[in-house]
Design a binder for this molecule. Sequence first.
Ligand SMILES: [Zn+2]
Length: 231
Amino acid sequence: MTRQALVEPSISYAVERSARRTIGLYVERDGGVLVRAPQSTTDERIAAVIKAKQKWIYRAQARWAALNPQHAQREFVSGETIYFLGRPHRLDFRLDAAPVVLLEGELFILRTADRPRAESLLRDFYRSAGQDRLPELVQMHSVSMGLTPARIRIQELGHRWGSCSEAGTLNFHWKAMALPLEVLHYLVVHELAHLGQRDHSPNFWRLVEREMPDWRTHAKWLDFHGAQMTL
Ligand SMILES: [Zn+2]
């Protein structure tokens, strides 16, 4: 058995070659990626497999990180992981960075001098990302569901991900932008459905299900991982 760490855009992984016949990919509890491969497998072949499975790896890593309570203790230091649209990104504080939050690939780049206010800068970043992206998602489902909100707001909602006011305003928590896109869709469908049915009665869930037959998967994901999806 040999272990080596290779680096493929932001995923580092260990390789164990053995007498097995197929390549197996494992994301371990600490988020580490392990590849088990037949002796004859080339490094290139393994890199290609990692690349093809990138999405799955990120998702699996996000799952483990979400379950790992030490991530709840945020320090806002370089290398720390935060989630954006369901994918882990690393904080990268740089002396010469611009006085804004810059999202570059898998990095959130901030100026070192801004570290004390990193939390509020990131919160603003999520809020404006929500303002950019949520109206489009709402519009898309609004058309197919035949339910139109009066307006959309992105704000601090405490422990709720979203809400629907009497006046037909859909509110979304800024931290919803940390969620995977498909879960964000579910959130949008859920709040839009409240325009047709205020409570969580069977009629409400029928509205949700008509628009999103697999809503249960996303609702479950949110129950299980939601609490950890924060700054
Ligand atoms: Zn609801």
